[in-house]
Ligand binder design. Structure first.
Ligand code: FE2
Length: 163
């Protein structure tokens, strides 16, 4: 399997001068990697999950440049093309790129989750966003019921936000 360190370095460069976004994707990547390993994803799916977590918010920049805003749906719209360009330039396999682009284009869509890679990416993004957005205990509970499906992700959610 390809090493993702070059991709991580490229994404840090992509968000140069924006430490908040760099810290965001590193946290999402770390949670996704850990949950995927604990849930025993097959190696190929684990690699797709980790790659998708690194680039999942890549659509933020083109969305801001084109529309002056970066809401979830705009990010999903603009993300896949940007991810495709970067991953192709770095020589990622076509099959990996196709699934990663799908995940980038759907990571704010919570119906129709069609795989563990997708499920875990969403959980990892929630673990980070619930904290970064400073949401209420009630919203954490709601996310636990509506979004979280894996045991590993749910354990982290409950421990992190325990009262
Ligand atoms: Fe995110």
């Amino acid at each position: 399997m390809k090493d993702n360190n070059i991709l991580i370095t490229e994404m840090i460069r992509y968000y140069a001068g924006d430490p908040k976004r760099i810290q965001h994707f590193i946290k999402v990547y770390t949670f996704a990697k850990m949950i995927g390993e604990k849930e025993k994803l097959p190696a190929g799916e684990q690699f797709i999950l980790e790659t998708a977590a690194i680039v999942h918010d890549i659509g933020i920049k083109p969305a801001e440049e084109k529309f002056g805003q970066c809401g979830g749906k705009l990010q999903e719209k603009e993300g896949p093309a940007a991810a495709q360009k970067l991953l192709t330039a770095l020589g990622y396999p076509e099959k990996v790129i196709a699934r990663v682009c799908y995940l980038v284009g759907h990571h704010h869509t919570y119906d129709g989750i069609d795989g563990m890679d997708y499920q875990i990416l969403v959980e990892a993004d929630f673990l980070v966003n619930l904290y970064e957005d400073g949401v209420s205990g009630e919203a954490v509970e709601r996310a636990g019921e509506k979004i979280f499906r894996t045991k590993s992700g749910t354990d982290i959610l409950e421990t992190m936000f325990q009262k």
